[in-house]
Design a protein around this ligand. Structure first.
Ligand code: NAD
Length: 285
């Protein structure tokens, strides 16, 4: 079998186009979706991500409020800015770019964002709602993965889903979302024994590890849907967590890197912000 490509770049462009049209209608009602992004320090990768988010906002017709703070910013200063943004009616979404400098505790900072404005879906309230199966602001990368999976038309209920990676950003939430779709979910991680054995049972295999070409063809069942979340920067360029060519020979669907999961993340961020703007309108509350 040769896999069909799950084209995240194309799907992201379509979603962003639809968002743009909704923004035009919202603006007629006097509402401009606003996203505040906070970048602390000079992490080069963070700068790139923040730049992409700002560009995405502007293209969609959103108001983008970028706050660049120095590496030496104290936790109190950052919390004071979040308080201000929490109360700002023109801001519908607040995103703090991670990682943060050592003097700042990310958990304290993320918990300070009003849950409704937590468009990244990292606030404990939103995570708790996700666990409980209640409507929540869903984390962007997992939300994008589910959107890609659903686009295949393959029912997820009853499928064996194996997620490799248990981070709070990708592995755990994507596992919860697959569970909510009634898949039978296994989470593998760095301490898992016989990981390949688990992976080979998967109808849906999600790799979120951060190790180039970790998932090899012998770990993949014929006809599986393979989602590669990994972004590994090698000299040869960007490489995923999946050994792409040999795995694509066995899978039914596969996401490329780049152009798979990555572009969906920003589309979901814009969608979360738009939804919040639609809910609260110009009041921002
Ligand atoms: P992380 O480092 O927080 O977590 C990695 C997970 O992989 C851990 O849970 C760990 O248990 C597991 N792991 C590590 N080594 C392992 C091994 N040998 N065997 C089995 N499991 C192992 O990373 P993360 O934030 O979840 O990100 C994972 C990858 O996804 C990274 O490459 C990251 O750049 C990428 N990512 C992409 C997007 C996107 O938008 N496409 C978003 C977030 C993360």
């Amino acid at each position: 079998m040769t896999a069909k490509i799950l084209d995240g770049k194309k799907m992201s462009a379509e979603i962003r186009e639809a968002i743009k049209e909704k923004v035009v209608l919202l603006k007629e009602k006097g509402i401009v979706p606003g996203l505040a992004v906070i970048l602390v320090g000079d992490n080069p990768a963070s700068k790139v991500y923040v730049g992409q988010k700002e560009k995405g906002c502007l293209e969609a017709g959103f108001a983008s409020f970028l706050h660049r703070l120095p590496e030496t910013t104290s936790q109190e200063e950052l919390l004071a800015l979040i308080d201000k943004l929490n109360a700002d009616k023109t801001v519908h979404g607040i995103l703090v770019q991670l990682p943060l400098p050592r003097q700042i505790d990310p958990d304290t900072v993320l918990a300070a964002i009003r849950p409704e404005k937590d468009v990244d879906g990292f606030h404990p309230v939103n995570i708790g709602r996700l666990v409980a199966g209640l409507p929540a602001s869903e984390p962007c990368t997992p939300k994008g993965i589910l959107r890609l999976l659903k686009s295949t038309g393959i029912p997820l209920a009853g499928k064996e889903a194996v997620v490799i990676g248990r981070s709070n950003i990708v592995g755990k939430p994507v596992a919860l979302m697959l569970l909510a779709e009634s898949a039978t979910v296994t989470i593998c991680h760095s301490k898992t024994a016989d990981l390949a054995e688990h992976a080979r049972r998967a109808d849906i295999l999600v790799a979120a590890i951060g190790k180039p070409r970790f998932v090899t063809a012998d770990m993949v069942k014929e006809g599986a849907v393979v989602i590669d979340v990994g972004i590994n920067r090698l000299e040869e360029g960007l490489v995923g967590d999946v050994d792409y060519e040999p795995v694509a020979e066995k899978a039914s669907w596969i996401t490329p890197v780049p152009g798979g999961v990555g572009p969906m993340t920003i589309a979901m961020l814009l969608e979360n912000t738009l939804e919040q703007a639609e809910k609260t309108g110009a009041s921002g509350r």
